[in-house]
Design a protein. Structure first.
Length: 182
């Protein structure tokens, strides 16, 4: 791969086929060389075999967290811009993604302009921290707390439910819902 191709190479890790297809076409039209992975295993293979300048990583791949991919992706591509994209945004997963090496975190739905802006965003952390300073609703606080405990239990729903003193099925129903705004 020559240097100019590498500068526009982008790995998209996304299991939603429609979103991946539409996004990939839009990114290709804008000059990116897009490689798609629709599972954690495929993503691992591509990460180990290719150098990329950009990566868009969906947080939830077929019910599994893709947070584990970020350190490997960062180690293999130290200068790459990594964006964690998710339909289940929470402060806990945002903080974890950034700690693991992601450059930015964006909640779905997001269009290509928003995705590219997040990939290129070099603003300082104080701006990002300001986003989380407004008081949250009780429902949003509950969502954030559930996400924090779930993250601490490495995605183990049964253990999370036990710690939250909640029935496992109730927790599963809450996790299937989209997070509430503010």
């Amino acid at each position: 791969m020559n240097d100019s191709t590498h500068k526009r190479s982008l790995l998209m890790i996304e299991d939603d086929e429609v979103f991946a297809s539409v996004s990939s076409r839009a990114l290709t039209r804008r000059g990116y060389d897009v490689v798609l992975a629709n599972s954690i295993d495929t993503a691992r293979d591509l990460i180990s075999s290719q150098q990329v300048a950009y990566a868009i990583v969906d947080l939830n791949l077929a019910g599994h967290s893709s947070l584990e991919l970020i350190p490997t992706l960062r180690a293999r591509n130290p200068d790459a811009r990594i964006l964690m994209l998710t339909g289940y945004a929470s402060i806990a997963t945002a903080v974890e993604a950034i700690k693991l090496g992601a450059d930015n975190y964006l909640a779905k739905p997001a269009d290509i302009d928003e995705i590219l802006a997040a990939l290129d965003d070099d603003s300082d952390e104080e701006e990002h921290d300001a986003q989380f300073q407004e008081p949250m609703s009780v429902r949003r606080l509950e969502w954030e707390h559930i996400q924090k405990v779930l993250l601490e239990n490495h995605g183990n729903i049964s253990e999370t439910a036990r710690q939250l003193k909640m029935h496992r099925r109730t927790l599963q129903r809450k996790l299937q819902k989209k997070p509430v705004a503010g």
